[in-house]
Design a protein around this ligand. Structure first.
Ligand SMILES: C[S@@+](CC[C@H](N)C(=O)[O-])C[C@H]1O[C@@H](n2cnc3c(N)ncnc32)[C@H](O)[C@@H]1O
Length: 167
């Protein structure tokens, strides 16, 4: 598969997983976490599809178009290893949805980033909240759910947060 086809499928998977999660979250309260702003495409999609929700964005260095950049009070700037462990106070309430598209194509770096997410993200979430990620996350606090029928197995990962996790 060409890199173009692979990128298209990743973006389609992202969009279809977000659509399913938006329905499943329903009236669950709480903000959204966008992990990795990139050029802001997914951030823009989330704010369009889930209007009225606060979206907190984690990014080490902003390079997005200004129209797709979050306001400073919702931008959590820095490396995830520093920002995730301290984010709870800043966010103020547990999140209903987290989306993390953080792969860079280097297997070692991606595994290290996924391990950070698995370690810190569940404690920032509501029980029953959804985490969508381009990387597999290994955590006793997460239950992996089937993907939407349009998404090939392994292309994206869909997790629901368990109720009995440590805070
Ligand atoms: C693939 S891009 C995200 C693309 C985004 N979904 C979009 O719509 O453009 C991944 C982003 O995650 C950020 N990122 C990756 N690892 C990170 C880390 N450890 N700490 C902070 N940001 C990180 C990168 O800087 C990059 O902007």
């Amino acid at each position: 598969m060409s890199r173009l086809d692979s990128a298209i499928r990743r973006l389609e998977a992202q969009r279809d997983c977000i659509a399913t999660a938006t329905r499943e979250i329903g009236e669950l309260a709480g903000p959204i976490l966008e992990i990795g702003l990139g050029n802001g495409r997914t951030y823009d999609h989330l704010r369009e599809r889930m209007p009225g929700r606060d979206i907190f964005v984690f990014e080490r260095q902003v390079a997005a178009h200004p129209t797709s950049t979050p306001p400073p009070e919702r931008l959590i700037l820095g490396n995830l290893g520093d920002t995730l462990p301290r984010a709870r106070l800043r966010i103020g309430a547990p999140a209903c949805l987290a989306h993390a598209d953080i792969g860079c194509g280097n297997a070692d770096i991606d595994a290290a980033t996924a391990s950070l997410l698995a370690r810190w993200l569940p404690a920032l979430m509501l029980a029953g909240g959804v985490i969508l990620c381009d990387q597999p996350l290994s955590s006793e606090h997460l239950e992996e759910k089937p993907l939407p029928a349009s998404v090939a197995r392994g292309r994206y990962h869909y997790y629901v947060v368990a109720g009995n996790r440590a805070r």
